[in-house]
Design a protein around this ligand. Structure first.
Ligand code: IFM
Length: 470
């Protein structure tokens, strides 16, 4: 459909009202998507280095080999972050840089890069927020079984301890995993992300070991932090599931979608048990989660904050287009129903009010402080003759979603921050470099960075919000 005209009020920076003075404003990135330098200073290959070499796996045969060359341009990039006036910078550590091969001692050169990054960030008065795992599993650990194997969870806790030993004296905010749903489902069930397996049983074993890895890492981080301040969290990609009609079949489809997408993660993390209905659905497919005694308690380690990555909500039907309740695979139908809504370049519907619904629901069912650790959109940007990037669509997207956060807070959701995804255009996984999520444009031929209009809007919005409070 044609995009709706964007109301001018969304494009003019204005103070955001209704947020507390300590509300965090940030931007987020991840290691493999921006760093490049994949074979430097002792880094070993991750599953993404391998996957990118599989013919047809990534659009255009692209890879993160060079990405945004952030490894060599880090101070310049931190300067950009500082220029935005944000207070928090969320980035991830590359496991194969810090612990090559996923076992054994830390790699001093790899750690050194992140120590310098933390220095640069803190030197500019910005709070670093570390994500330990944003999908770059050391290839050797995949060769030994990957996330479907229990040992990977133990290795992850060991890596977390190494990272904290080096950076924990200065970094307070630690996220264990980014979007375990993507690691498990896209990587092991659908095969469209590394390592490219297609087996739902493997994916469910991966879910359990990712969550166990989170829990064991959480324990290791708490032990390592001792009396030093630590704010510990995990980031999930979450949406909403709305039934197409009020029929029992459509409501069941939403139950299944929400079960596999949200409750399968949130219930064990917060309530210490997997949801019975999801366990039963899996059992009907002869799949069992490999839970051992003690695992539920480890997974339910106390969380200080829940990171929420939100991009869109979805509508579901429980019947096929020709009305059958059973699909070709013999399973009950869970069908996404496309709506007549504006979309991003990912073809994702734009659904800001569903972010409000999600945050209110999270408050009701899980009662944790939340931070939006990612929100943003890819659009087909154009560069104007004067070199500027007039991305009004992205600006409107950000404005609408920030307004959705304000609305959720007004309904009682304890949302404490908002981080735009992403600082830079970057390697968008299986889409390669074609999809641009940055508020800063990257010219991949020259590596020149240009603030898009959305970055200027975000900067001015934050500045005006702070000024009004002062
Ligand atoms: O680019 C990704 C990011 O790595 C994880 N969350 C979703 C983003 C957009 O697809």
């Amino acid at each position: 459909m044609n995009p709706a005209p964007i109301p001018q009020r969304l494009l003019r920076p204005a103070p955001v009202r209704g947020l507390p003075a300590d509300f965090r404003w940030g931007v987020a990135t991840s290691a493999y998507q921006i760093e490049g330098a994949v074979a430097e200073d002792g880094r070993t290959p991750s599953i993404w280095d391998t996957f990118c070499r599989v013919p047809g796996a990534v659009e255009g045969g692209e890879s993160g080999d060079a990405a945004c060359d952030h490894y060599h341009r880090m101070p310049e990039d931190v300067e950009l972050v500082a220029g935005l006036g944000i207070d928090t910078y969320r980035f991830s550590l590359a496991w194969p840089r810090i612990q090559p091969g996923g076992r054994g001692p830390a790699n001093a050169k790899g750690l050194d890069f992140y120590k310098r990054l933390v220095d640069e960030v803190q030197g500019r008065g910005i709070t670093p927020w570390i994500t330990l795992y944003h999908w770059d599993l050391p290839q050797e650990l995949e060769d030994a079984g990957g996330w479907p194997a229990r040992d990977t969870a133990l290795r992850f806790a060991e890596y977390a301890a190494l990272a904290h030993e080096a950076l924990g004296d200065r970094v307070e905010h630690w996220t264990t995993l980014n979007e375990p749903w993507c690691s498990a489902m896209l990587g092991y069930a659908h095969g469209v992300h590394a390592p490219g397996r297609r087996d739902l049983g493997d994916a469910m074993r991966a879910v359990h070991h990712l969550l166990l890895g989170h829990g064991l890492a959480a324990g290791a981080l708490r032990d390592a932090a001792g009396n030093n301040p630590l704010e510990l969290g995990i980031t999930l990609n979450l949406g909403t599931a709305t039934p197409e009609t009020d029929s029992a079949a459509d409501r069941e489809a939403c139950r299944r979608a929400d079960g596999m997408g949200a409750r399968l993660y949130l219930d064990p993390l917060v309530h210490g048990r997997y949801p019975e209905d999801v366990v039963a659905d899996l059992a009907a497919q002869h799949i069992e989660l490999p839970v051992r005694e003690g695992d539920p308690a480890a997974i339910a380690a106390p969380l200080d904050v829940l990171g929420v990555n939100f991009y869109r909500g979805m509508r579901f039907s429980g019947v096929t287009e020709d009305g059958s309740a059973t699909g070709a695979d013999g399973l009950p139908v869970t069908r996404v129903v496309e709506r007549d809504l504006p979309r991003t370049a990912m073809d994702w519907e734009i659904t800001p009010t569903e972010l409000t619904d999600l945050l209110v629901r999270l408050q009701r069912d899980y009662a944790l402080p939340t931070v939006i650790t990612e929100n943003g959109a890819a659009f087909d940007d154009t560069v104007a003759a004067d070199g500027s990037v007039p991305d009004a669509d992205r600006t409107a997207y950000l404005a609408d979603h920030i307004a959705a956060v304000v609305a959720a807070r007004a309904q009682g959701a304890d949302v404490r921050g908002y981080f735009a995804w992403s600082l830079l255009d970057n390697f968008e996984w299986a889409y390669g470099y074609d999809k641009r999520f940055g508020i800063v444009r990257v010219d991949y031929d020259t590596q020149v960075r240009t603030l898009k209009d959305s970055a200027k809007w975000y900067r001015d919005t934050i500045r005006l919000t702070r000024r009004e409070r002062a």
